[in-house]
Design a protein around this ligand. Structure first.
Ligand code: GDP
Ligand code: MN
Length: 383
């Protein structure tokens, strides 16, 4: 379960993570007058939707005056933001957070994630930060490094210091990593993501953006977060996909779509729509998804009686390899009595192995070489 940015920051600040001063607003007027409380020469206006990618989609604005803050807030409130992470349906902005703008000289990426199986906490860091990190991570997972943290001791602090240094994060930010670690453990969080972790002209580090996810099954032990439950996606199918490292948005059409990467997902969606095809869903397989996760995601599509065919559009790379996806798809078809036709376009790492796996499992698959062939065939099959 995700917390909005302002609440994520409030939580991390309690553990000592520096954040810029800010306030929430639900009207343009409140936003403009509220700026009087901030000692700022520039302001950041931030849409509080439960998805990232806001910067690239125009959901984060930097302006110089309180009246410009009011204008931006007026523009954003009620607006549907479509970002790489919302899927094509987008999310309506109903709350805006206004902050003192930081004078950022360096942007880095830092995250702590709980491995649900082992219970280990993984620290992730990258010298690329902010929107640049988001764009690069989509194509290539090697843009970040990882290490495990199991305690806060002088020894682990030493290895974290060396680890962060490789990502261009100096010693002054080591406390932020351990503050995030403490917050994650004490609140049963599954994710603390700070992107950008920003270094200012004065050499101080701040969480310029923060995203916190908590374990929905542990929510009853943390009633202070109960109010955010209503903001979450209520769709049980979409929630089941989330638990399997897959972003899934149900749509009204009849072509099931299995895609890795949000960018490729949006492109596939647009091409299908242009060819008069009707996608039954938007899907983005996260880089952390295993073949069993993918199997669950594909099963959710096969269970939808509207789905007449499945379009598999995979670009293997980093962790999401062609064969991993093919194994997942094969498991799902093995579990399902509905053998809907499958159109497969696979490129990138282990694409050949992936296609071989689909054939070995005797799936009703038609292999195509290009994305446009894949679109044309699936539109024809969905008829
Ligand atoms: P996201 O795109 O949803 O992850 O939203 P962010 O909160 O990360 O904001 C997007 C981008 O806006 C960041 O990557 C920064 O480049 C920029 N940004 C956000 N806050 C500040 C700030 O205080 N100062 C400056 N200069 N840039 C900021
Ligand atoms: Mn961000």
């Amino acid at each position: 379960m995700l917390l909005p940015e302002h609440r994520s920051k409030e939580l991390l600040a309690k553990y000592g993570v520096p954040i810029p001063p800010g306030f929430l607003a639900r009207t343009a007027n409140d936003a403009e007058t509220g700026c009087g409380k901030l000692d700022a020469s520039r302001y950041v206006v931030k849409s509080q939707i439960l998805a990232g990618g806001r910067g690239l989609a125009g959901g984060v604005r930097i302006v110089d005056t309180p009246s410009a803050v009011g204008e931006e807030v007026g523009r954003l409130l009620g607006h549907t933001l479509v970002t790489e992470q919302t899927g094509p349906r987008g999310e309506v902005v109903s709350t805006v957070y206004i902050e003192t703008a930081l004078d950022i000289v360096d942007s880095r990426f830092m995250a702590l994630a709980l491995d649900p199986e082992s219970g280990a906490v993984m620290l992730l860091a990258s010298a690329a930060g902010g929107v640049e990190f988001e764009q690069r991570a989509r194509m290539d997972d090697s843009v970040y490094d990882t290490m495990l943290i199991d305690s806060d001791t002088p020894e682990t602090r030493k290895s974290v210091t060396a680890f962060l240094k490789k990502a261009g994060i100096d010693e002054a930010a080591v406390d932020i990593a351990f503050a995030g670690y403490a917050a994650l453990i004490e609140n049963e969080l599954t994710l603390v993501e700070i992107n950008p972790l920003a270094k200012t002209r004065t050499g101080d580090w701040y969480a310029a953006d923060a995203k916190v996810a908590l374990d929905g099954n542990a929510l009853f032990r943390h009633p202070e977060f109960e109010e955010f439950k209503a903001l979450q996606n209520p769709d049980p199918i979409e929630a089941a996909a989330q638990q399997n490292n897959i972003n899934l948005v149900k749509l009204e059409g009849n072509i099931g779509v299995v895609v890795n990467g949000a960018g490729l997902g949006l492109a596939t969606h647009d091409m299908l729509t242009e060819a008069n095809g009707k996608p039954a869903n938007f899907m983005d397989i996260r880089t952390t998804a295993t073949s069993l996760n993918i199997a669950k995601g594909v099963e959710l599509l096969l269970q939808d009686p509207k789905v007449r065919c499945i379009l598999l559009n995979i670009h293997g790379g980093g962790i999401t390899l062609g064969d991993t996806v093919a194994e997942g798809v094969s498991i799902a078809y093995g579990h399902s009595s509905r053998k809907v036709p499958l159109v497969a376009r696979m490129a990138g790492q282990n694409a050949d192995r992936g296609l071989a796996i689909l054939k070995e499992h005797r799936l009703p698959v038609e292999v195509v070489g290009t994305m446009s062939d894949a679109i044309a065939r699936s539109v024809a099959l969905a008829g």
